[in-house]
Design a protein around this ligand. Structure first.
Ligand code: AMP
Length: 427
């Protein structure tokens, strides 16, 4: 098959790596891709926000299947446009992508179907939002309704902070995304990332994973797109997984189908595992990054038939197999991230790092200039490793990190500590 993958991050590098390994793949392109993806796919300089250009590329190159990595084109309806032009595409249509595109939509769906989530209200103006916030306990969470590139959630420790967040959003600080705001209860527990492959009717849970969102060691500092991840996540016991399927994922898939917007693709639930059980923090409608990197390392099955079966509504009798080994990824970011950072710093030692064995390096934001790899973004590399346990995968990943010569970058040194703590205490 001729396959086109859309996106340019570590998630897409991991997907490209796995799709390229399928015997069903004759040709793989990635648009726009990056320097690492160029090893697994032919990168094409397409603007993926320009749906007509993507359709034209598919026509000119006889593309058989399209896989969409990031949320923005999904929420903008690229699957609808590609399917209308006759191209089979993996990912939710625009109406189903509202699960990520509108937090208010998802909260109302939870309320209507008794899906456990934080108590909330929706607002379209600052004054009533503030009035509501004043009556709630702190901390309290203020969220922009729309896509805000990870900047749309503010956890306020005081009412004054909550009011400032409300003013910032309604005065256009996050653009259109903040025209509507959700205010919700602060949940206490441990976070986990839960992924299910869906075909509109059937949902198959993937292996569990957990990421680290804060920039610095000890889960301190500003929120980021994710500084590392591992799989499996010990917090996701068999019982919690079953409850998540029964109480959150299955009712959502059924509700979407019933409203005529069946969800096909990867449904990614951000969960808080509270003392009362799993609670939905938010939905995303695609793989998480960096979680996708560890999931692809652990996936034994060929991914291409799985993606096609999801698109075709044929997951009912489908089975995914996973390696028992754990996987862990350390994200290396440019100094200054998630604030301001420069571009173009030189990265060396990547081949040395991979030579350790059991190590894969996924590129998130790199460029190749005259045979040299340079940094071209905030999150730049995912240094991933497998091992018999999360602890062993962690050791390998950091041994690889230590072989990478990049004075312009940094990483956390404690990715996986919660899982390792749990495994040690479990004896
Ligand atoms: P989101 O973009 O909705 O995933 O939110 C980003 C991060 O904010 C989450 O990963 C949580 O760490 C935190 N967060 C969001 N909503 C809540 C909540 N209701 N209670 C506690 N933490 C939250």
């Amino acid at each position: 098959m001729n396959i086109l993958l859309l996106g340019s991050g570590g998630r897409e590098h991991a997907l490209a790596w796995k799709i390229a390994a399928s015997p069903l793949t004759a040709k793989l392109w990635c648009a726009p891709g990056n320097a690492g993806i160029a090893r697994a796919a032919e990168c094409v300089a397409l603007d993926i926000a320009d749906h007509a250009a993507v359709v034209a590329f598919c026509r000119a190159n006889k593309v058989d299947f399209v896989v969409v990595g990031p949320e923005a084109p999904l929420v903008a309806g690229i699957v609808d446009d590609l399917e209308a032009a006759g191209f089979k595409t993996f990912g939710p249509r625009k109406a189903a992508a509202r699960l990520e595109g509108s937090k208010g939509f998802t909260k109302d769906l939870c309320k209507a179907h008794n899906i456990p989530t934080a108590a909330y209200e929706r607002f379209t103006a600052a004054a009533p939002a503030k009035e509501y916030a004043r009556k709630q306990a702190v901390p309290i969470v203020t969220k922009a309704d729309g896509l805000a590139a990870g900047k749309g959630v503010i956890i306020a420790e005081t009412i004054a902070e909550a009011e400032a967040a409300i003013d910032m959003m309604f005065s256009g600080g996050l653009g259109e995304a903040g025209a509507e705001v959700v205010i919700e209860e602060f949940l206490i527990g441990e976070e986990a990332s839960f992924f299910a492959l869906c075909d509109g009717e059937t949902a198959i849970p993937l292996a569990s994973a957990q990421d680290h969102k804060r920039a610095y060691d000890g889960d301190k500092g500003p929120n980021t797109g994710g500084m590392g991840a591992y799989s499996p996540a010990p917090v996701m016991t068999a019982e919690t997984t079953q409850r998540t399927m029964d109480e959150i994922i299955t009712p959502t898939v059924r509700a979407m189908k019933d409203m005529g917007a069946p969800f096909k693709g990867i449904l990614f639930a951000g969960l808080m595992i509270t003392q009362q059980g799993p609670r939905l923090i938010e939905y995303n409608v695609r793989f998480g990054d960096p979680e996708c990197q560890v999931l692809m390392l652990r996936l034994m099955s060929d991914i291409v038939p799985a993606l096609i079966a999801a698109r075709d509504g044929q997951l009912k009798n489908f089975d995914l197999r996973w390696y028992d080994e754990a996987a862990l990824v350390v994200v290396m970011a440019t100094n200054g991230y998630p604030g301001n950072y420069g571009k173009g710093s030189l990265i060396e030692g990547l081949d040395d790092a991979v030579a350790l064995g059991g190590v894969e390096i996924f590129h998130a934001g790199t460029k190749s200039e005259g045979g040299k790899i340079t940094a071209n973004g905030g999150r730049v590399l995912g240094v991933a490793a497998t091992g018999a346990s999360v602890a062993e995968a962690q050791q390998r990943a950091y041994a690889a990190v230590d072989r990478i010569d990049w004075p312009g970058g940094f990483c956390r040194r404690d990715i996986g500590y919660l899982a390792i703590g749990r495994q040690v205490s479990a004896g």
